[in-house]
Write a protein that binds this ligand. Structure first.
Ligand SMILES: Cc1cc2nc3c(=O)[nH]c(=O)nc-3n(C[C@H](O)[C@H](O)[C@H](O)COP(=O)(O)OP(=O)(O)OC[C@H]3O[C@@H](n4cnc5c(N)ncnc54)[C@H](O)[C@@H]3O)c2cc1C
Length: 305
């Protein structure tokens, strides 16, 4: 199939308006960085995914699954393949007793609001994390002492044989910013979140308090992908970077945030290359001074130049 024929075939599967050829990824990532993906696809329902994957595999088109793009650095050259976004089209969430069942395109902020409105406690930590439920399962996202591992009961996935399976919490291999999704090509479709009945006022108070802490500590006014580095055992990445004298250090448009040194921000016109070079410079300096190897938390997409 040539590109035109493939676009037609994809459009027949998920609708023309959900197939964007040569789509700049800078418009779909919180970093506001990234060249074009050959195809940007936003299926409307879970049921369309298996057919979509079959077609891409037949045509030998590599694919990448994304959520809200809040933990992604996409290469300036973009991605030679199809980016499939599990986003708001697959974002239904509902409450049953003390559980929330949600599709993986649902935003954590929405799930947190739903939990508060139903006096369910346990999800307050996640309300300010700007990702989808799927991205949070993959990353075992966490903040302020909470993490997905504490609340995920099970996740329904599409596996590499395009079969639907339900993985229980213990099978998800959840650890600090890590999960089975990083080792196995699984697509998270839906998850059950186990919460507890609580006091609505106290839940809303805690959410507001955490929001306030985020606002005051994090550079939310500039594009970023959150904490650039994982927390090294026994240290805080931001403190090491600050102590190394790198606050405000720049490569091109990429800068170590002046507000929180654990964040690399796009201070204006940053390229992925700028961010990569800045990451390497920070890693080298911190290692030289403190012997600590900083590992990136953000996920990279697209070939290294
Ligand atoms: C301002 C800011 C603050 C942040 N604060 C925090 C924080 O406090 N704690 C924290 O943990 N993170 C934080 N982050 C990072 C980010 O929001 C989380 O990692 C989030 O879980 C990513 O979700 P996403 O939907 O944006 O995933 P994406 O960035 O789109 O993708 C992340 C990874 O998940 C995979 N993925 C996404 N959806 C699926 C799916 N349905 N199935 C299979 N794979 C999938 C992608 O392939 C990729 O590998 C912050 C980011 C920003 C910009």
């Amino acid at each position: 199939m040539n590109k035109e024929q493939l676009i037609s075939a994809l459009s027949r599967l998920i609708g023309e308006e959900h197939v964007l050829p040569d789509e700049p990824m800078s418009g779909h990532t919180s970093f506001r960085i990234g060249g074009p993906a050959d195809f940007f696809l936003e299926p409307k329902q879970k049921a369309q995914l298996a057919g979509l994957l079959r077609l891409l595999e037949e045509e030998r088109i590599p694919y990448f699954i994304m959520g809200n793009g809040s933990n992604l650095l996409v290469a300036d050259e973009g991605y030679r393949g199809a980016v499939i976004r599990i986003g708001k089209n697959m974002g239904h969430a509902e409450v049953r007793g003390d559980q929330i069942t949600a599709e993986c395109g649902a935003l954590l902020s929405g799930i947190s609001a739903l939990a508060s409105a139903n006096s369910l406690t346990g999800f307050e930590f996640a309300g300010g994390i700007p990702g989808t439920l799927g991205g949070a399962c993959v990353m075992n996202a966490g903040a302020y002492g909470g993490e997905m591992k504490q609340v995920l009961r099970e996740v329904t996935v599409l596996d590499e044989k395009r079969e639907i399976r339900v993985l229980k919490n213990e099978e998800l291999e959840l650890a600090y910013r890590s999960s089975i999704f990083m080792r196995t090509p699984l697509i998270a479709l839906e998850a059950k979140i186990q919460l507890a009945h609580g006091d609505r006022e106290a839940i809303e108070g805690l959410c507001a308090d955490l929001r306030e802490r985020r606002q005051s500590k994090q550079p939310l006014d500039l594009p970023s992908a959150g904490s650039t580095f994982k927390r090294p055992e026994g240290y805080f990445a931001g403190k090491l970077i600050m102590d190394a004298g790198l606050r405000g250090y720049r490569v091109g448009g990429a800068m170590v945030s002046e507000k929180h040194c654990g964040f690399i921000v796009n201070a204006g016109g940053a390229t992925a290359r700028d961010v990569r070079e800045l990451i390497s410079a920070v890693q080298a300096r911190v290692f030289e001074l403190y012997g600590v190897a900083l590992e990136t938390e953000i996920r990279m997409l697209g070939a290294e130049p």
